[in-house]
Structures are given as structure tokens and as C-alpha cells.
Design a protein around this ligand. Structure first.
Ligand SMILES: C[S@@+](CC[C@H](N)C(=O)[O-])C[C@H]1O[C@@H](n2cnc3c(N)ncnc32)[C@H](O)[C@@H]1O
Length: 256
């Protein structure tokens, strides 16, 4: 039994991403029930370690593949502050180079959070995620949802931009967006299926948490826990699921 550090536990309970941690925690328990061993986790585009470090704090070995030197520097600092330097490996590489830095079938759990929006070819990236995942292992994917972006713009009165996002083939505001594409549940599921991975769970992440007062204000008024419960209750329910700011998908690599 691993002692869960307080900071890690708080990160995992944050209302906005509670459902992602709930799915990851279940996957960790599933793995432990099968082998009882430490997981080998690969976090592609893992940034400064927002997921990697709490996972290492839970006792797992995490390799972060990330092109940004600045993000890797922050990751190393975060890992040092959390006392998990020995369980976090930082590798500077792009998702396109994944098979140059990770062996096929080498990860029990692969994370690719908020990255498929940025890569040149999401289908190629997904093929590589599937290859580095061990047979029977899981791939956790988090992407921006076009529907939420359209609604967000419309609700703030930016109807022209909302319509642009609605009709653009990739759900972006051409030339003014920082990302290359947004996804919808159906398109993401189809893309994942094309890589040979089998989708097991789809959740909405941030059904309303970006539309309500800030986390600090929620903590002060005591609504943070209620918001967390609301997010967890609506995350898998259509249409709430499909309106959330992000879509989380857990897929599995078949055993053969
Ligand atoms: C929004 S951040 C997400 C960081 C982390 N996955 C998380 O959820 O906290 C996106 C990250 O993807 C990285 N990135 C951008 N293009 C990439 C690519 N082609 N391959 C791999 N990572 C990329 C960025 O450097 C950045 O760290």
C-alpha cells in the first residue's frame, strides 16, 4: 500500500480533471490486481508533469516525452520538489519521434493529454501510441472538444467566431487559433479505432467547471466538492459528456 502524498491527492480531486484521475486510478487498480507490479507509464507531450509527477508520487515509473526544453526543465524541478526524481525520466522528443525513444510494447499505460490537437498527423501519432503500448495496456487520450468551443464563443456573444468553429473542417479559427484542430466524440472514437486500439470509456472533462466561478471562489463558498460531484455525475451522460471542454478516452491495445 502506497502512502498518497497530500499534494498528489489534492491534484487528483480537482473538480475540473477529477474524472480523468478517476479513470486513471481505476486503470492503476486493474493493473495492480493483475500483476501487483509498478506500472511503466509513458506520458507523450507530458509538459511540466501535471500528470507525470502525481503518477510517480503514487509509485509508478514515468517517462515524459516532450519537445519543449522549458517544459522539461519545469518537469525536473517539479519531480525534485515532490521527491520523485528517481521515478521520472525526461526525454526531449516530438511525438513523431516516439518510436526512436520508446520501445514497442514498453508501456503499461500511455498518456497523450492535450497533444493530438497540436501534432501534424493525429492518425500517425495514434499509430505510434498504440505501438508503444504493451498488449493489454491502456492509452489515455485527452483532447479539446469542438462543441464546447462553439458554445463558449456563442455564450460570450462571439457568434461569428462560433459559426467559424462550427463549420471549419478541424473546428479551429483559421490563423487565430493556437491549436491545429479540435475533436468531437464520434471523430475521436473513429480515429482511435483506426489505430487498432479498442475504446473502452469516453468521458466529458469540464462539463461546466470553466463556466462557473474560479476554483478559489468555489473553495471559499464550499462549492468545490459539489462541483466535483456534478462533474463526475455528468461526465459519462450524453448530452453533458459531449458538451464538455475536453473529451477523455481510454482505449486498450488488444492482447493479440
Ligand atoms: C497543453 S500542454 C499539455 C501538457 C500535459 N500533457 C498535460 O496535460 O498537463 C501540450 C504539450 O504538448 C507538447 N507538444 C506540442 N507539440 C507536440 C508534439 N508534436 N509532440 C509531442 N508533444 C508536443 C507541448 O510542448 C506541451 O508541453
Amino acid at each position: 500500500m502506497v502512502d498518497i502524498p497530500k499534494e498528489s491527492a489534492e491534484t487528483r480531486r480537482h473538480p475540473r480533471i477529477a474524472v480523468v484521475w478517476s479513470v486513471l486510478s481505476a486503470e492503476i487498480e486493474r493493473f495492480a490486481a493483475g500483476t501487483g507490479a509498478t506500472m511503466r507509464i509513458l506520458d507523450v507531450g507530458g509538459g511540466s508533469g501535471g500528470f507525470a509527477v502525481p503518477l510517480a508520487e503514487l509509485g509508478h515509473d514515468v517517462t515524459v516525452v516532450e519537445p519543449s526544453a522549458n517544459a522539461l526543465a519545469s518537469l525536473r524541478q517539479r519531480a525534485a520538489d515532490a521527491g520523485v526524481t528517481d521515478r521520472v525520466e525526461a526525454v526531449q522528443a516530438d511525438a513523431d519521434e516516439l518510436l526512436d525513444v520508446a520501445d514497442p510494447g514498453s508501456a503499461d499505460l500511455v498518456l497523450c493529454h492535450s497533444v493530438l490537437e497540436m501534432v501534424d498527423y493525429p492518425d500517425t501519432a495514434l499509430d505510434m501510441l498504440a505501438k508503444v503500448c504493451a498488449p493489454g495496456g491502456a492509452v489515455s487520450i485527452l483532447v479539446a472538444n469542438r462543441i464546447a468551443a462553439v458554445l463558449g464563443k456563442a455564450l460570450s456573444g462571439q457568434f461569428g467566431t462560433a459559426l467559424d468553429l462550427l463549420v471549419h473542417v478541424d473546428g479551429v479559427n483559421e490563423g487565430r487559433d493556437t491549436i491545429k484542430r479540435r475533436f468531437e466524440t464520434a471523430t475521436l472514437t473513429a480515429l482511435v479505432g483506426g489505430s487498432g486500439l479498442v475504446t473502452e470509456q469516453v468521458h466529458g472533462v469540464g462539463v461546466v467547471s470553466d463556466l462557473v466561478p474560479s476554483p478559489a471562489a468555489q473553495a471559499e463558498t464550499g462549492t468545490g466538492e459539489a462541483l466535483r460531484e456534478f462533474e463526475l455525475a455528468t461526465a459519462s451522460r450524453v448530452p453533458f459528456r459531449d458538451m464538455a471542454t475536453h473529451i477523455h478516452l481510454l482505449a486498450r491495445r488488444p492482447m493479440r
